[in-house]
Design a protein around this ligand. Structure first.
Ligand code: CU
Length: 314
């Protein structure tokens, strides 16, 4: 309670403690009254039951007091909620993209991460987007949570004054590997953040690493979170492994009919742009979303080159 990990903690916790306190008082009070009545009005002590006509005074009391209490709860909740809706103009902005099953945080300078990294004591606004289904971004220590809905622009913001690492996760059950959407917020001292931010905007390969065939494609496959569903080692996840598929025959379902095809450049490209067209037998249609417009032809070519390097099936 009152950890001060974000600017919203004190208002949210005050509302929470108030509601908890009122509930506790009522729990004890009602239980005590019940026990008292059981003893006081049992058959031995009170053999003849009396009819009671009602009491206007009592009814007014038990209507007015709870109404006041509930209005106070509403007021406290409102006071905690409204500032969360009002994103300050000077806030630094981060684009958050959720998809089954990963987070992507994109900064104004093009830097992309899977962990949210922010400067301490600065206003940070997050613009939320989901590519497939509804996800929800939750940072419990900051007392903030907001849904990411496909085709809808939601936003949230916070100011985290205390340097540290905090949990961040998806709190909307979004399928098989929902639990993998566990990440973190790293709050850095401002100078450290600035240094990180200024460092190369994209992970770049040095020339030696870039010379390894497929290295660039591997980075894309990691960066676009294909690896949430596809492995390079033959393990089946949500989708087939990339290992050894190139040049081999695969049975796909096209318009409800099975056919056998050989995996080549064109097929891989189609699988990425239009995954619904040929669905690999044994896998579900609709799991993989189209990456049309998200990957350039050049990037797709690099992915193909990478898949080619993954060799033979054992
Ligand atoms: Cu999710």
């Amino acid at each position: 309670m009152y950890s001060g990990y974000s600017n919203f903690v004190s208002n949210v916790d005050t509302a929470f403690i108030f509601i908890l306190g009122v509930s506790a008082i009522f729990l004890v009070g009602i239980t005590a009254a019940m026990i008292y009545f059981i003893i006081r009005y049992n058959k031995k002590r009170n053999p003849v039951a009396e009819e009671i006509e009602g009491s206007t005074k009592l009814e007014i009391i038990w209507t007015v007091i709870p109404t006041i209490l509930v209005m106070i709860m509403f007021w406290m909740g409102w006071k905690a909620y409204i500032p969360q809706r009002q994103i300050p103009k000077d806030a630094m902005s981060v684009k958050v993209t959720a998809q089954m099953w990963s987070w992507r945080f994109e900064y104004d300078n093009g830097r992309v991460t899977d962990t949210l990294i922010v400067p301490a004591g600065k206003n940070v606004a997050m613009h939320l987007n989901a590519l497939d289904v509804i996800h929800s971004l939750y940072i419990p220590d900051f007392r903030i949570k907001e849904d990411l809905v496909p085709n809808r622009k939601n936003s949230m913001w916070f100011n985290a004054p205390i340097v540290g690492t905090y949990e961040l996760f998806c709190t909307e059950y979004c399928g098989l590997r929902h639990s993998y959407m566990l990440s973190a917020v790293k709050v850095l001292p401002e100078a450290e953040f600035n240094a990180w931010y200024a460092a190369s905007a994209q992970p770049k390969l040095d020339s030696a690493a870039a010379a390894v065939p497929g290295a660039a494609g591997k980075l894309i496959v990691q960066g676009k979170a294909c690896i949430a569903c596809h492995t390079a080692d033959g393990t089946k996840l949500v989708g087939p492994s990339f290992k050894g598929i190139y040049g081999h025959k695969v049975t796909v379902v096209t318009d409800g009919k099975e056919r056998e095809i050989t995996v080549d450049d064109e097929y891989i490209k189609q699988s990425i742009i239009n995954p619904e067209a040929d669905v690999v037998k044994g896998f579900q249609k609709g799991q993989m979303v189209s990456y049309k417009g998200q990957l350039s032809d050049e990037e797709i070519a690099k992915i193909i080159e990478y898949i080619k390097t993954l060799g033979e099936k054992e």
